[in-house]
Write a protein that binds this ligand. Structure first.
Ligand code: PLP
Length: 454
C-alpha cells in the first residue's frame, strides 16, 4: 500500500484506459485503486470504498481471500505454466473442467477454457460455425444478441454487444451481427400494456427480424439471463419460455452468456437456473476464479461437442487452441474458488441475505428521483427519473446516474451507472451489516443528488 501510494497522480499516463474519457485522462488521470480488503477497496489517498459493483461485476469472495492466494502459490511452486493442448494437459486444468461439468446445468457437458469472457464468447462463435457445418447447417452464419447487453471487446464480441454508440467508433458491427430488443418493460411498455402483452410484442419483433433476415441464415442467439450492462432489466412475464419456443421453431441455437450471472450472482449457481433457461452452451468467466486470475470457459452440450469431434476427424485435429486456454495457476485458483463456494455455502449465504439487499434498495422507491428499484440475488438497480408523475426520463440520458456515481464516490461507495440506472452487485460475501452500511452510503449520495437537482 505504501509503495502503491508512492505512485503519484500520473497525468497523461502511458496506460490506455477502457471505458474512460481519454482526453480527460490526460488532465485528470484515473482514480487509483491500490488495495482491497473484504468488500472494500482503498485508493492511493488511503480512502476506503465499498466496491458496490464488485469492480466489473466480478468479485465473489471479496478482495482479500487468503485461500485463493495460497492456491495460486501452491500451483506456482508445482508448475507455474504449461499450455494444455497438443495432446498434453495439466491435471489442475483437467480437474477444473471436471468440476465445471459436475456443476453446470448442461448434463455431460464438454468444457473448453479461455482467459477472458470475451475470449469464451469469441471461441463459442467460432465453434458454432464448425458445429453447424458438420450438421448440415452451413448457411447459418448470423448471430442475434440484445441491445444494451455487453458481450466483450474483441471484433466479434464487440459486434455482438448491443451498444450502437460503442460500435460507431470502430466501424462495427461486423456483417451478420443482428440485435433485438432488450425487453425493458419499465421504459418500453406502451401506456396500458401489461407484461404479457409487452412480451408478445418483444417476441413478435424478434420473429419479424428472423423472418426478414431468413431463419436459415441464423446460427444462434446469445443472451445473458439478465443483463446488468443494460441496467438489470428483469425478463418480463413469459419472456424466456416464449423466446426459447420461438428460437426452437426456427432451429436457432440459444447460448447463455453467464460471464456475470454465473456463480451465484442471481441466487442459484447459474442465471439459467434462476430463469428456467435451457441453453445449448454457456460461457463463464469473472467470478469463476473470484476474478483473482483470468480464466473463462465455454460449456457445451454433448451433441454440440460431438459435431466438433466430427470436424476434428475431418481435418485430422481440432484446429483451435490458446496458450492460456487453461493456465494452470488460473485453473487452480478457479478450482479453489468453487470449493470455497461449497465449503462455505456461499449460495446459502446469498439466499439468506438477498432479502435484506432487496429491502435496502426498495426503501428508496419513494424518493422523488427514483422511478424503479429491482433486484435478483445480489444484483440490484435503482432507476432514476426526472419526474415521477407523469414520468419523465432524465435528459440527457444518464445525467442523474452519472452525477449520483460521483456523489456515491465521495460518500465511499463505488457503483456502476448504465443508462438511467445505478447498479449494485457487491461481492457475494457481503454481510448483513455491510449491506446496511452500503445502503446508508447510497442514501447519503441520493440526498446529495436531490440537493444538486433542486
Ligand atoms: N460477457 C458479459 C456479460 C460481460 O459482462 C463481459 C465483461 O464485462 C464479457 C462478456 C467480457 O468479459 P471480459 O471483459 O473478461 O473479456
Amino acid at each position: 500500500m505504501a509503495e502503491a501510494a508512492a505512485i503519484k497522480n500520473i497525468l497523461d499516463p502511458a496506460l490506455v484506459l477502457g471505458f474512460s474519457n481519454l482526453r480527460e485522462m490526460r488532465t485528470v488521470g484515473p482514480h487509483r485503486i491500490a488495495a482491497g480488503h473484504g468488500i472494500y477497496v482503498t485508493d492511493t489517498d488511503g480512502k476506503d470504498y465499498i466496491e458496490g459493483a464488485s469492480c466489473f461485476y466480478c468479485s465473489a469472495l471479496g478482495f482479500s481471500e487468503e485461500e485463493l492466494v495460497e492456491a495460486a502459490v501452491r500451483q506456482f511452486r508445482e508448475l507455474p505454466f504449461y499450455s494444455s493442448g497438443l495432446h498434453r494437459a495439466v491435471p489442475a486444468v483437467m480437474e477444473l473442467a471436471e468440476k465445471l461439468r459436475d456443476l453446470t446445468p448442461i448434463k455431460n457437458a464438454k468444457i473448453a477454457l479461455g482467459a477472458t469472457g470475451s475470449e469464451a464468447n469469441d471461441f463459442l462463435l467460432k465453434f458454432v460455425r464448425a458445429a453447424d457445418r458438420m450438421t448440415g447447417r452451413s448457411g447459418r452464419w448470423k448471430v442475434i444478441s440484445r441491445l444494451r447487453s455487453y458481450h466483450g471487446g474483441t471484433l466479434a464480441t464487440a459486434s455482438m454487444t448491443g451498444v450502437p454508440e460503442s460500435h460507431a467508433q470502430f466501424g462495427l458491427p461486423l456483417p451478420g451481427f443482428l440485435h433485438t430488443h432488450q425487453p425493458d418493460y419499465f421504459n418500453m411498455a406502451l401506456p396500458g400494456e401489461d407484461e404479457a402483452a409487452f412480451t408478445a410484442r418483444m417476441l413478435g419483433d424478434l420473429r419479424d427480424l428472423i423472418e426478414r433476415e431468413g431463419p436459415e441464415t441464423i446460427a444462434c442467439m446469445v443472451a445473458e439471463p439478465v443483463s446488468l450492462s443494460a441496467g438489470l432489466v428483469p425478463p418480463p412475464e413469459g419472456y424466456w419460455a416464449g423466446l426459447q419456443a420461438l428460437l426452437a421453431e426456427y432451429g436457432i441455437r440459444l447460448f447463455a452468456d453467464e460471464v456475470i450471472t454465473g456463480f451465484g450472482r442471481t441466487g442459484p449457481m447459474f442465471g439459467s437456473e434462476t430463469y428456467g433457461i435451457d441453453p445449448e452452451c454457456i460461457t463463464l468467466a469473472k467470478a469463476m476464479s473470484g476474478a483473482y486470475l483470468p480464466v473463462s470457459a465455454v460449456v457445451m452440450a454433448p451433441d454440440f461437442y460431438d459435431a466438433l469431434e466430427l470436424a476434428s476427424d475431418e481435418a485430422g485435429g481440432f484446429t483451435h487452441a490458446g496458450t492460456y486456454a487453461g493456465h494452470p495457476v488460473c485453473a487452480a485458483v478457479a478450482l479453489r474458488t468453487i470449493e470455497l463456494f461449497e465449503e462455505r455455502d456461499i449460495l446459502g449465504h446469498v439466499a439468506r441475505i438477498a432479502p435484506r439487499f432487496a429491502a435496502g434498495l426498495a426503501a428508496f422507491a419513494d424518493h422523488p428521483l427514483v422511478g424503479d428499484t429491482r433486484s435478483v440475488g445480489l444484483c440490484g438497480a435503482v432507476e432514476f427519473v426526472a419526474a415521477k408523475a407523469p414520468r419523465r426520463a432524465p435528459q440527457p440520458e444518464g445525467i442523474l446516474s452519472k452525477k449520483f456515481a460521483a456523489f456515491a464516490k465521495d460518500r465511499g461507495l463505488i457503483v456502476r451507472m448504465p443508462y438511467n440506472s445505478v447498479c449494485l452487485a457487491p461481492p457475494l460475501v457481503i454481510t448483513e451489516s455491510e449491506i446496511d452500511e452500503m445502503c446508508a452510503r447510497f442514501g447519503r449520495a441520493l440526498h446529495d443528488l436531490e440537493a444538486w437537482a433542486a
